[in-house]
Design a protein around this ligand. Sequence first.
Ligand code: 5GP
Length: 117
Amino acid sequence: MSETNNTIFGKILRGEIPSDRVWEDDKCIAFRDVNPAAPTHILVIPRQHIPTLNDISEQDKSLIGHMVWVVGQIAAQEGIAEDGYRLVVNCNERGGQTVYHLHMHILGGRGLSWPPG
Ligand code: 5GP
C-alpha cells in the first residue's frame, strides 16, 4: 500500500484510534461497530486498503474468501451461528457506504427483517 489510508478504518488498523477487536490475523481484523444496529454488530476489514467492492481485483479473491471464512469463525465465537445472522457489504453512496475501506458487517442477536428498507 503506497498511499496513506486516511479513512477511520485505516486509523483503527494503525492503532491511532481504539477499537474493540474480536479477531486479528495477517490478512484482516474485526471489531465491534461503534454504533451497533443489532445486539451483535461486527465489522470485518482487510489490512489492505480496498476502498469499495468495485475495487476488488482478481488477485484479491483469496483475501475475500478468507474474510468470508473469518465471518463464520466470528459468528461461532459470538454464539449467533445457530440462530442466524446477516452479512452486509454496502457499496458507494446509494448502497449506504460511509467509510471507504472495504468492510463486511456481521449483524445478529435479533430477528432481521427482509427486504431491508
Ligand atoms: P458503512 O455505512 O460504510 O457500510 O459502515 C460504516 C460503519 O462504521 C458504520 O456502521 C459505523 O457505525 C461504523 N463506524 C464509523 N466510525 C467508527 C469508529 O470510529 N469505530 C467503530 N468501531 N465503528 C465505526
